[in-house]
Design a protein around this ligand. Structure first.
Ligand code: HEM
Length: 190
């Protein structure tokens, strides 16, 4: 049942996007709109995936953490596809020029490749070998936050609330890791 709700929630933005684009056909700037829906969905889902261990006493979603992370990556992939297919029309020269010249694009690209690496190494076998590098998700999330902040002309109240939320999550994650480290060193010194 939990899995059903996770997938229902995670796929609702793409269903909403397709309905707006193909049924209502009322979007003025479809490329920008696809950037918004896919970018915001990827960001929210990825952030949610790192808060799972913080809320596990209240709702235990630990067993779905990997799937939730991959759903976030799915939206990041659609976001990049929008850039390559619709915005750049597969023009490699344009893609390279935009990536090199616009800092917010190359920060997004770096974040995307970190997520890609995590997606590829999320299988049981590879995770055992590469899990220490999965901490790079924090770097990816910081880059993503800078990326979308730079992409905006001005920030809305929701975006400021989101930033406060990010700072709180990172603070609690660091505290949680410090606690785990203390328990571990106490055990070793006993
Ligand atoms: C793969 C390389 C990436 C490229 C080329 C890219 C491109 C863009 C562009 C061009 C915009 C501005 C859209 C506009 O307002 O006109 C944008 C916005 C945004 N991007 Fe990315 N992006 C990339 C990676 C990412 C990643 C990995 C994430 C999150 C996981 C992300 C999340 C966002 C968000 C949240 C926005 C703001 C959307 C809005 O409020 O309208 N981007 N991106």
């Amino acid at each position: 049942m939990k899995r059903f709700f996770i997938y229902l929630t995670a796929f609702s933005p793409i269903v909403y996007l397709l309905i707006r684009l193909f049924i209502f056909d009322d979007v003025n700037d479809p490329i920008k709109y696809i950037y918004t829906i896919t970018g915001v969905s990827a960001t929210v889902i990825l952030f949610f995936s790192i808060t799972i261990s913080l809320i596990k006493e209240k709702i235990n979603l630990m067993k779905y953490r990997k799937e939730i992370g991959l759903l976030g990556f799915f939206y990041a992939f659609l976001h990049l596809t929008n850039f390559v297919v619709f915005d750049a029309s597969f023009d490699i020269e344009f893609i390279l020029k935009e990536t090199v010249e616009k800092p917010f694009i190359y920060l997004g690209m770096i974040a995307f490749f970190i997520l890609l690496f995590m997606g590829i190494t999320s299988s049981k076998q590879l995770f055992r070998k590469y899990n220490k590098y999965h901490k790079f998700v924090y770097l990816a999330l910081i880059l993503i936050t800078i990326h979308w902040t730079m992409a905006q002309k001005s920030l809305t109240i929701i975006q400021y609330i989101y930033m406060i939320f990010i700072i709180m999550v990172i603070y609690y994650k660091l505290k949680q890791q410090e606690l785990r480290y203390n328990i571990f060193t106490n055990l070793l010194t006993k």
